[in-house]
Design a protein around this ligand. Structure first.
Ligand code: FES
Length: 166
C-alpha cells in the first residue's frame, strides 16, 4: 500500500464524520472557542545544558538550525525566527498553514500520535506526505532533539497571501 498513514487518517476522519443527512444544519449554534494565549506566540530561551535542536529547511532548500527549549512548538519557533510559516489560526489546529514535513521517518515515529483535530486539518494540507504534521502541534522534547522538518512549497489557506500578486 503506497501511503498507509494517509489512508489511515482518511479512514479515521470518515468514521468520525456523521453521514451527510445527519450533519447539523449550517446555522446550528456552535460554541466559540479560542486558544489560550499562553499556548502560542512565545518561545522560552533554553536553559544552559538543556538546549534542544531543530532544523527547518525552507522553501528555497536552505537549512536553519536553532537551539530551543523543551515544550516550545515548531510554529512558535519558526515565527520567532522569521521563517515563512503563517499559522493562520494561531496554533489551535484549525488550519493547515503550519504544515511541516518531518524529514526522517524514525524521528516521525518518536512524535506522539496526532489528535483527531490535527488529522482533520492535515487532510486539507497542500502536499500531504506520510510524515506530515502541523507545526503548532509538535512540541519539542528530548525524544525529538535534532528533528529536521521541511516547509512545504505552499500552504492552503483561502485568506492567505498565497493568492496575492507579489
Ligand atoms: S497554526 Fe493553524 S493549525 Fe497550526
Amino acid at each position: 500500500m503506497p501511503f498507509p498513514r494517509i489512508l489511515a487518517r482518511a479512514a479515521a476522519s470518515a468514521l468520525r464524520a456523521p453521514p451527510l443527512l445527519l450533519r447539523a444544519p449550517v446555522l446550528a449554534p456552535r460554541a466559540f472557542t479560542t486558544a489560550h494565549t499562553k499556548w502560542h506566540g512565545h518561545i522560552t530561551p533554553p536553559k544552559k545544558g538543556e538546549e534542544l535542536h531543530v532544523t527547518f529547511i525552507d522553501k528555497e532548500g536552505e537549512k536553519h538550525t536553532y537551539e530551543v527549549a523543551a515544550g516550545d512548538n515548531l510554529l512558535d519557533i519558526a515565527q520567532e525566527n522569521d521563517l515563512e510559516m503563517e499559522g493562520a489560526c494561531g496554533g489551535s489546529a484549525a488550519c493547515s498553514t503550519c504544515h511541516v514535513i518531518v524529514e526522517d521517518d524514525t524521528m516521525y515515529e518518536k512524535l506522539p500520535e496526532p489528535e483527531d483535530d490535527e488529522n482533520d486539518m492535515l487532510d486539507l494540507a497542500f502536499g500531504l506526505t506520510e510524515t506530515s504534521r502541523l507545526g503548532c502541534q509538535v512540541h519539542m522534547s528530548k525524544a525529538i532533539d535534532g528533528i529536521v522538518v521541511r516547509l512545504p512549497s505552499m500552504t492552503r489557506n483561502l485568506q492567505s497571501s498565497d493568492f496575492s500578486k507579489k
